[in-house]
Ligand binder design. Structure first.
Ligand code: HAM
Length: 431
């Protein structure tokens, strides 16, 4: 007989893990409600061209891309932002702004499997579309903070930068967008030496190289000191200077509203190519991979044929949040309802057991009915093992009086209850 293994990089979620994933999704949906985001559902399969346009070399090279049977070049989505921008540029182009959209689902990247890096993973992705104001950037960071707090994460910190600062410098030096992208990809991977030699080869001045060398060392958690240092460094680069001012405005707004743990990093770059403004990631001390990442992307909608539309967003890595909670030994507790078990004393009463189970479910009580044909003692043993708090035993004698036996498993006590009063009896005992 042939047995099958899971495909490398894929995972099964057993009940406990599946429950945790769904719980985090529920928290994300609650945050969406609190901040006014509406959920949309976009397809897992999108055209390769759309997904490849601005995802950056790192993600582009790892896409699950293939031709479908109609010969179309397609790919499994590696992120949500391209799909959202497509919608905003087309079907949703006339929707009043701001638009606040939430996507939750699975994404696919052919990453090398390792701790916290999977080929199928889940995100909750928030996009705020139509505002160029710092309040919009602040909202995305604040809602990310709310989510991290609401799942029970401790000691999480934001790493923040502004891609407009680095691009402002590189553009002034006349670097083409392609060369800028390659340099920023290297900086994202912290290969600063390689990034600088690329910038040099692309024709940047010595002055610029010295400046970049200094820039990539400017970081710290005293954000207003770091901002001042950045301002001093880029004084002569107008666009970069404006970008630092924009960053300062956003951070000032946030600091008046929430006390966040922030490290500001002037040399911070992210792999995705569509960013134009603030960029950020979230970390916990237990893991060296980001739990969430986001930023401002003001030109993507336009690139996909829409009106010029400023936008900012974030994606929270649900798998990594789960991992971080496990590392912090603070797994989310599921406050699920307890299930009642219904056991017939003989096969002749199977139908009655089904009927009584349906009555209880109609009253909103979760029921597992005995389907293994076991004797009562064996079925009770099983109920015990599963921690079932109450068992309904359906017996001939009680049934003839329209009643059943309700057993409290913990107290090992039982009593006879009329079927029409059963739901109420269980509910009062359960609470
Ligand atoms: P990203 O940084 O590529 O951004 O991904 C966001 C988060 O998804 C990461 O911080 C991480 O938690 C999770 N993630 C990414 N790759 C993997 C993987 N292989 N395994 C497990 N988790 C992973 C984006 O996707 C952007 N679309 C975010 C965004 C939205 N920017 C603006 N709007």
């Amino acid at each position: 007989m042939k047995t099958f293994k899971m495909v490398r990089g894929m995972r099964d979620f057993l009940p406990e893990e599946a429950e945790m994933l769904r719980l985090i999704e529920d928290k994300a949906r609650r945050i969406a409600q609190l901040y006014g985001y509406k959920e949309i559902i976009t397809p897992v399969v999108e055209s390769y061209g759309l997904l490849a346009a601005k995802t950056g070399e790192e993600v582009r090279a790892r896409m699950y891309a293939f031709k479908d049977l109609g010969g179309r070049k397609v790919a499994l989505r590696p992120e949500f932002t391209a799909s959202v921008a497509r919608l905003v540029a087309t079907t949703m182009r006339n929707e009043p702004k701001p638009l606040r959209l939430l996507c939750i689902g699975s994404l696919y990247r052919y990453d090398e499997p390792q701790k916290g890096r999977f080929r199928e993973f889940w995100q909750s992705n928030f996009e705020l579309i139509g505002s160029e104001k710092p309040e919009a950037d602040a909202e995305i960071i604040l809602l990310t903070n709310s989510l991290m707090k609401s799942v029970g994460l401790k000691n999480y910190a934001f790493k923040i930068g502004h891609i407009g600062v680095l691009r402002g410098i590189l553009s002034r030096e006349g670097l083409a967008e392609d060369a800028q992208n390659r340099a920023l990809q290297l900086m994202d991977k912290k290969q600063y030496e390689d990034a600088l030699s690329l910038v040099k080869d692309a024709g940047a001045s010595e002055k610029c190289l010295t400046l970049l060398q200094k820039m990539v060392k400017v970081r710290g958690s005293n954000i207003f000191n770091v901002l001042n240092e950045m301002k001093k460094l880029v004084e002569k680069y107008k666009e970069a200077y404006e970008a630092v001012n924009n960053l300062a405005e956003i951070l000032e707004l946030i600091s008046e509203v929430q006390k966040l743990d922030i490290t500001l990093d002037a040399g911070f770059a992210r792999g995705l190519e569509y960013y134009t403004g603030i960029i950020f990631e979230v970390y916990v001390p237990e893991l060296d991979i980001a739990l969430a990442g986001g930023g401002r992307y003001d030109r993507l909608v336009e690139l996909f044929g829409g009106e010029p539309t400023p936008a900012v967003g974030v994606a929270h890595g649900i798998d990594r949040i789960m991992l971080a909670l496990q590392e912090q030994k603070a797994p989310l507790k599921f406050q699920g309802e307890k299930t009642v078990m219904v056991i017939p004393v003989s096969e002749a009463l199977n139908q009655e057991a089904l009927r009584i189970s349906e009555i209880l479910r109609a009253e909103g009580i979760p029921v597992e009915v005995e389907v293994m044909g076991r004797k009562v003692a064996k079925a009770l043993e099983d109920a015990n093992r599963r921690g079932t708090p109450y068992v309904v035993i359906v017996g001939e004698r009680e049934l003839s009086e329209g009643a059943v036996t309700l057993r409290n498993m913990e107290k090992k006590e039982q009593r006879t209850v009329k079927i029409e009063e059963l739901a109420k009896a269980i509910r009062t005992e359960l609470h």
